[in-house]
Design a protein around this ligand. Sequence first.
Ligand code: 6PG
Length: 241
Amino acid sequence: MSLHVHASPEAVLHSLAQYFVTQAQAAIADHGRFSVALSGGNSPRKLYELLAATPYREQVAWDKVYFFFGDERNVPATDPESNYRMAREALLNPLAIADAQVFPVDTALPPAEAAEAYARTIQNFFAPDKAVFDLVLLGLGDNSHTASLFPHTPVLHETSVGAREVFVEEKQTFRITLTAPLLNQAQAVAFLVYGADKAAAVQQVIQGARNVEEFPAQLIAPAGELHWFLDMAAAAALLPA
Ligand code: 6PG
């Protein structure tokens, strides 16, 4: 696991943007494409806007990048809460990414069917190989959830490599999320976490006693690299190694 701690959110965003570019260039050179599962919520919007701007936009062969979603809210693609809509606005439209390179969750289906369909979409994309994302971007909630792996939900014990629907009690709504086994098949996983409100969750997930029911992000243990991109505020509760 690598910790990348920077003084400000802006510095963290540039650090992760550079890492994204490096990973994309390496994957495209190695196997001709770069598959990335995007995170949602607020934190990554600025990352996506950075990637869609100079100097980063010029450094990636975007026509060889394939975009998936680590999780999605159970809302229409046009809804302000949609992770797909946010990615479209901040990254995909500014880069004029072709629809054929983007794989949104079909939230027009009921949640369980949407999850099953999404799992098939992912398996079909990678077939006949294992579904191994070149990069998975993740955020962290202040309750230590990541993607839509929320505390005390059945999906935390899901052993399938796929996607599942999750009913989130505190939000009284469904989400669709990739399962931990699928996320963990990735070549690389990068958490982007900034802000003092996340400091306790960061410390619990990285240094706390193992308790995945309470701290689901502890489930993330990828076959490949695990990186945490943090600002000083989010890293403040981490004890010196
Ligand atoms: C989502 C995300 C979720 C997010 C965390 C942190 O759909 O909301 O996938 O896991 O990363 O909730 O969200 P913020 O960046 O908005 O704090």
